[in-house]
Design a protein around this ligand. Structure first.
Ligand code: AHR
Length: 492
């Protein structure tokens, strides 16, 4: 029995809804086929955007959606993606498979998607191969009301009112695919570019600077030292790779117990990365004005055999569900500094929530975790005291339990818990301190097979079921987490 204590009246801060954010890139079949099928498609759509995907994304609650990249963003020239679709310039997608990008899904289409799913747009601007003027004009085009060259052009293209664009990234991975810059050089560029990301007509932009990859603490140090007073957010990218070797990352399915353990061990590194980058940020920004924006995270495997290596298409199993559950609990834990996170990517790419094949669509285990956790969005994080037993495999140990709790504005408590151990269940006895509650629901996502996943033949193989044996008596909540599982309990 694992003792736990939940303090209902000890609020630790607010969990920003944007921690449950997403990322869409012109990469493989994310935009084309996954989201955008065009108005003339036989696949049911609204203004060219798949209806089944709209419905799934509305249901899961997407607070914020990042676009158009990724590495693609710093080769993207927004003017190619506006106006009549048949007259839009075509380009080569040099980063992802060298395929032709027809630019039919551009600014208007992306912002229409955001309206349909009620998500805040997060636009990544082009620093690597774009000019200051190009970035300035994009912001003006989207957000300027009244008379201006760009605003008039937007109106000619059918959009009278400006959009509200809160989140704007000034470049993506300019330390790598988008310019191979030194931090000192990028910091200076950032200061220039962000100056021209102007606030027009009441639009208030939250400017996000390109941050470090993984443990590149030097990058964080330089950016914070040289440019923190000009930024609202600094990004961090960290992908979970089972082998730790980019040349052979391991596959999404068919892994063994070691592949399970190693993956979860590596994903837990997110804890250290957040803590260490935050320490540096604290030196330059003790009031925590600048948010850590983890705008790319998730698993990255070898692509599915037979698929285009540049398309990053991978299956999604129970292991991915654990990766999602663990990371989301961590983001909750550090919500004082982490203000946004965007899993990569929303459809058909890397740790996707949704997979499509022609007119078919399925929801992955990762989707179900986001659905189970959505009660945390904008809720008050509660103090949850517990000491996890070790989960040992071979010579190594990691914590067996990852958990988080919050109270939403209707007084409902959401307790999410992962059992990382692939063999042993975990029975938890949680004292509820500070109120009298009853269990409203308990759901669990689990399977005896570690690489259980959904396919187009069997799309519902893995989905949440009722968490049995959860009881609440005299202020003590007792529940058992099956091996290899993600659960959520709701109390009122
Ligand atoms: O998400 C895939 C790629 O990973 C992104 O385009 C890039 O920013 C990162 O390296």
């Amino acid at each position: 029995m694992i003792p736990m204590r939940l303090f209902v009246n000890k609020v630790q801060g607010k969990i920003d809804r944007n921690l449950y954010g997403h990322f869409s890139q012109h990469l493989g079949r994310c935009i084309h086929e996954g989201i955008w099928v065009g108005k003339d498609s036989h696949i049911p759509n609204t203004d060219g955007i798949r209806n089944d995907v709209i419905e799934a994304l509305r249901k899961v609650g997407v607070p914020v959606l990042r676009w158009p990249g990724g590495c693609f963003a710093d080769e993207y020239h927004w003017k190619d993606g506006i106006g009549p679709t048949d007259r839009r310039a075509r380009m080569i997608n040099n980063n992802w498979g060298g395929v032709v990008e027809d630019n039919h899904f551009g600014t208007h289409e992306f912002l229409r998607l955001c309206e349909l799913i009620e998500a805040e747009p997060y636009i990544s601007g082009n620093v690597g191969s774009g000019t200051v003027q190009e970035m300035q004009e994009w912001v003006e085009y989207m957000t300027r009301d009244g008379e201006s060259t760009m605003a008039n052009w937007r109106k000619q293209n059918g959009r009278e009112l400006p959009w509200k664009i809160k989140y704007f990234g000034v470049g993506n991975e300019n330390r790598g695919c988008s310019g191979n810059m030194r931090p000192e050089y990028y910091a200076d560029l950032y200061r220039i570019y962000q100056t021209y990301v102007r606030n027009y007509d009441g639009n208030e932009t939250y400017r996000i600077a390109c941050g470090p990859n993984e443990d590149n603490y030097h990058w964080t140090e330089v950016l914070m030292r040289e440019a923190s007073k000009y930024m609202d957010g600094l990004s961090l990218h960290y992908y979970t790779i089972p082998t730790g070797d980019w040349s052979d990352k391991g596959y999404a399915t068919g892994f063994d117990e070691q592949g399970w353990f190693e993956t979860l061990k590596r994903t837990l590194r997110m804890d250290t990365l957040i803590v260490q980058h935050s320490k540096i940020m604290d030196v330059y920004d003790p009031k925590k004005k600048v948010g850590l924006i983890i705008d790319e995270w998730g698993t990255w495997y070898n692509v599915e055999p037979g698929t285009n290596p540049g398309f990053l298409y991978q299956q999604n199993t129970l292991r991915d569900a654990l990766v999602a559950g663990i990371n989301l609990n961590l983001f909750n834990k550090y919500s004082d500094r982490v203000r946004m996170a965007n899993i990569a990517q929303v459809v058909n790419v890397l740790q996707a929530l949704i997979l499509t094949e022609g007119e078919k669509m399925l929801l992955t285990p990762t989707y179900h975790v986001f659905d189970m956790y959505k009660g945390h969005q904008d809720a008050d994080r509660l103090l949850l005291d517990y000491e996890s037993p070790d989960y040992t495999y071979g010579q190594e140990s990691i914590p067996q339990i990852s958990a988080s709790a919050s109270k939403d504005n209707e007084g409902m408590i959401h307790l999410t818990a992962c059992n990382l151990n692939h063999i042993e269940s975990a029975t938890i006895q949680c004292v509820i301190d500070g109120g009298s509650f009853t269990i409203v629901s308990g759901r669990v996502l689990t399977d005896r097979v570690l690489d259980a996943h959904n396919t187009f033949e069997s799309p519902e193989r893995l989905r949440p079921t009722t968490l049995n044996r959860a009881e609440l008596h005299e202020g003590i909540l007792t529940f058992t987490l099956p091996p290899a599982s993600v659960s959520v309990l709701e109390l009122r």
